[in-house]
Design a protein around this ligand. Structure first.
Ligand code: ATP
Ligand code: MG
Ligand code: MG
Ligand code: MG
Length: 437
């Protein structure tokens, strides 16, 4: 992409009003703009990152479930059937249509998926199933803040499992646990599963995934032993029930809780020298809630010896919140430092002198070759001072920069800079191309 033709509005000054680094950087680098309290437009740079995060979530969910898409607008009657229309409270945006029918903008989808499943599934042979979708949600948060971290409209991946018994449901839960560890690992962040409350969804088994960050909204209490756990299990099979259970025990067996579930008497059992406190960002949450919705909404399947009420779980990931959380975990004084897996573009090309013919020719040639090789590249071809362009590239955080100017070209070289380490290397254009493809 050529910057001269892009809508990438970078702000010269750090915006006022934003309290934390990720929010500031998302505004300054032009990822999002607020259009109403807690509601954001995603500009091209933000949209590219959001899509990458979403795609990683999708790929890992596809290994355990099947994608579908449910609507954002739901009918109040659906929520009356499950009995939680009145219970949900002011976080729910309630809407009336022209026929005076009560509708709502979905804050979550347990009720809808249970109704859909009930209407089309009759036999125990059709279970187990795991379904997911990635869709916008609305929650009328009392205090939207920190940009997309606590928006009112936000993108969530929510998955739902249906099993014949509790043992099956636990296996579904363990599978999602592994899928989450892999998902966050691929994004370059460490999210620790912590014992959780199940809130208004109600439940029996529940863990939140927290990214450690000094500006996180949750207060954390954990045994230092969690820092030692390697949460990535590349070789593990989703079909190996014993290995999944062992993973669950290891990943959740150590004391790790938020202020919502912290218990002083259990905390006292953690040796003092291993007690850690801190703050974190909730990026995901998994629940096993049994027959709560299936029972309330009359979901039954016929079994070999009579009807069976399926046991369910639900599994959320805050896709848009993750963009903020990743920045919170990965930035420096000059701007964002994207992990390569979610970077909007892998390479940025900067011409130091847009009025120098040889510089422009070399940049055009490299840009064409990188594009042909399928490398996502942002080419700053604007007629701007070199220093301004370099500052913009650092702020936007692309993993690699190729800096081209007359001085280097005289010696036949361009500069390749690694955004994370700051390391610079002088290479011939051919060698630069070889390094980045
Ligand atoms: P929180 O405790 O932050 O209010 P929650 O526990 O209410 O979140 P869940 O119902 O567990 O949220 O939803 C699943 C995921 O959706 C959360 O783990 C979080 O990552 C994300 N999420 C929830 N609320 C918001 C929001 N207002 N803005 C952005 N993401 C959100
Ligand atoms: Mg909430
Ligand atoms: Mg929560
Ligand atoms: Mg939660």
């Amino acid at each position: 992409m050529r910057l001269s033709r892009s809508f990438l509005p970078v702000l010269k000054e750090s915006p006022s009003g934003a309290e934390i680094a990720s929010h500031k950087l998302m505004l300054q680098a032009g990822l999002v703009r607020q259009t109403a309290a807690g509601i954001y437009a995603w500009l091209p740079l933000g949209q590219r990152v959001l899509r990458k995060v979403e795609q990683i979530v999708r790929e890992e969910q596809d290994r355990v479930g099947q994608e579908m898409l449910m609507p954002t607008i739901q009918s109040a009657d659906l929520w009356r059937e499950s009995g939680r229309y009145d219970a949900y409270g002011p976080e729910m945006l309630r809407i009336t249509d022209r026929h005076d029918r009560e509708m709502l903008y979905g804050p979550t989808n347990e009720d809808m998926i249970t109704a859909l499943f009930r209407d089309d599934v009759n036999s125990y042979r059709d279970l187990p199933r795991m379904l997911y979708h990635i869709q916008w949600k609305f929650r009328d948060e009392r205090r939207p803040r920190f940009g997309v971290m606590r928006g009112r409209e936000f993108l969530m991946k929510d998955a739902y499992s249906f099993d014949l018994d509790e043992a099956g449901a636990r296996l579904s839960y363990y599978r999602q646990l592994l899928a989450y560890l892999r998902t966050f690992g691929r994004m370059g962040i460490k999210a620790v599963p912590m014992q959780a409350d199940s809130g208004p969804i109600g439940g029996k088994l529940s863990h939140e995934f927290l990214v450690l960050a000094p500006n996180g909204e949750s207060e954390l209490f954990y045994d230092a032993a969690v820092e030692e756990i390697d949460f990535e299990r590349d070789g593990l099979s989703y079909d190996d029930a014993d290995a999944l259970e062992a993973l669950f025990k290891e990943a959740t067996g150590v004391y790790a809780r938020t202020d919502e579930t912290h218990e002083e008497d259990l905390w006292a059992d953690v040796p003092a020298e291993r007690q850690r406190t801190g703050r974190g960002i909730e990026v995901g949450h998994i629940f096993y809630f049994g027959d709560k919705y299936s029972k309330a909404m009359g979901l039954k399947v016929s079994g070999p010896d009579g009807d069976i009420t399926p046991m369910m779980g639900s599994y959320g990931v805050g896709v848009s919140r993750l963009v903020g959380a990743i920045i919170e975990a990965s930035h420096d004084d000059n701007g964002i430092v994207w992990p390569e897996a979610v970077a909007p573009w892998k390479v940025g090309i900067v011409t130091m002198r847009a009025d120098d013919e040889a510089t422009v020719a070399a940049a055009e040639d490299l840009y064409a070759k990188l594009k042909a090789a399928g490398i996502e590249t942002l080419y700053d071809d604007r007629d701007e001072r070199g220093g301004v362009k370099l500052g913009g590239m650092d702020l936007m955080g692309l993993p690699w920069q190729i800096i081209i100017g007359p001085r280097g070209l005289k010696n036949g070289v361009v500069e390749v800079k690694n955004r994370r380490t700051g390391e610079r290397e002088e290479l011939t254009p051919e060698a630069a191309l070889a390094k980045l493809t």
